[in-house]
Design a protein around this ligand. Structure first.
Ligand SMILES: [Zn+2]
Length: 391
């Protein structure tokens, strides 16, 4: 049973694979070099690497300041192109000479992937926390290699534009923000390159699953979709805006059995794509077939019911995949942070291990803590309510 339950770790991710583009850049299996034992840090005074090498280090999307799980976070990726990461043992994020974040050891192993252009291109997933009031203008990076000069670059101005404020897509207590932003969530690994443009549309995506009174996400044996507490829950528009794309005829899957092969047209299952601001799109995926209550061209209001939470598309268990991005194609574009006016934090759940053991979460329905103007983080369990200014 545990093996089957373990599938949930990857199966809830929409778009982990690379596909669909006319000339996709498949990532292959990510090599993860081990940090050398006893390696010495390169002194900060060491000259920068040659300009040609420096040019290979870059940030695709400038880091955007966001409040995630109550913390001030820069959540982004840096890329190392056309150069092996062999010997890489430390990555620093810098404000001038000030080290904002250093990643090494096990954390670097888990943060380093080769998702972009084949075996020679690497990405480092960055999670940089800032103290309250700390507002560096720009950020740069330094990569340390054993026996080689350090590589400096990937300088970018930090984007302090306030994230869009939205109402939650679901209401009630016990909502687990599975695969929400963290340095190790699966959504941000869906780095997709198409026609020379690379994006991470799912960077801030969340897979919403609901805990019930028994401290589990299902009532009995998880054998049917209906056994899941989240199944059939109403999904609400997070803002006013026009419906620009939908799908409503994809059959549902049996929980925790292999999903159908991922395709561009079916990966999101039954979905709603809504433009919630100019060039900003909210994506609601994996709904019950036939449950959509909107069609393309409808102009909906915040809180309107769009459809019902289901288990269609690239999904092995009922959940709502929700993200906000710059593209109305869910696989492409730039993933954007957002903020709820408020939500109640109930606790954190070690949900992957818990589900694997068929165990209950004992932290459910504790004393909540009100969080404001931010989004939940990985493993947060929260109570969601409509924004007070929603109609
Ligand atoms: Zn997802």
């Amino acid at each position: 049973m545990s093996r089957v339950f373990g599938l949930v770790i990857v199966s809830l991710v929409f778009g982990m694979l690379i596909f669909g583009c006319a000339s996709p850049k498949a990532p292959g299996v990510p090599p993860v070099p081990a940090p050398p034992v006893g390696a010495q840090a390169v002194p900060p005074s060491e000259p920068a690497a040659a300009s040609a090498a420096t040019g290979n280090l870059y940030v695709i999307h400038a880091p955007q300041y966001a409040v995630i799980g109550g913390k001030n976070v820069l959540f982004y990726e840096i890329y190392l192109a056309n150069r092996s990461a062999d010997g890489l043992y430390k990555v620093e994020a810098l404000d001038g000479s000030r080290v904002l974040k250093a990643i090494e050891g096990a954390e670097l192993n888990e943060s380093l992937r080769a998702p972009v252009n084949g075996v020679n291109d690497y990405a480092v997933y960055m999670w940089v926390e800032l103290k309250d009031g700390d507002r560096p203008v720009a950020i740069s990076h330094k990569l340390y290699f054993e026996g080689q000069p350090a590589l400096e670059g990937a300088k970018a101005e930090i984007n302090y534009a306030a994230p869009i404020v939205i109402s939650p897509p679901l209401y009630g207590n016990g909502w687990l923000a599975a695969e929400a932003p963290s340095n190790f969530n699966h959504h941000r690994k869906a780095i997709i390159t198409c026609a020379g443009s690379t994006g991470v549309s799912q960077r801030y995506a969340i897979d919403w699953i609901k805990y019930g009174e028994n401290g589990k996400i299902y009532k009995t044996d998880a054998a049917t979709n209906e056994d899941f507490y989240c199944y059939g829950q109403e999904i609400h528009a997070v803002a006013d805006g026009e419906i620009v794309d939908t799908k409503d005829e994809i059959p549902e899957n049996v929980p925790w059995t292999p999903s159908p092969p991922f395709t561009v047209t079916h990966g999101g299952g039954n979905f709603v794509m809504q433009e919630i601001a100019n060039g900003t799109y909210a994506f609601y995926a994996h709904m019950i077939p036939g449950s959509l209550r909107v069609k393309i061209g409808d102009k909906v209001k915040t809180g309107d019911v769009l459809g019902l939470l289901g288990n269609s598309g690239n999904s092995d268990a009922p959940h709502l995949h929700f993200h906000v991005a710059t593209s109305m194609d869910a696989l492409f574009g730039k993933g954007l942070p957002y903020a709820f006016e408020s939500y109640e934090w109930e606790g954190n759940s070690d949900w992957v291990a818990q589900i694997a053991k068929n165990a209950s979460w004992d932290g459910a329905f504790g004393t909540p803590k009100t969080m404001s103007m931010g989004m939940p983080a990985f493993d947060n369990v929260v109570t969601l309510a409509p924004a007070q200014n929603s109609t």
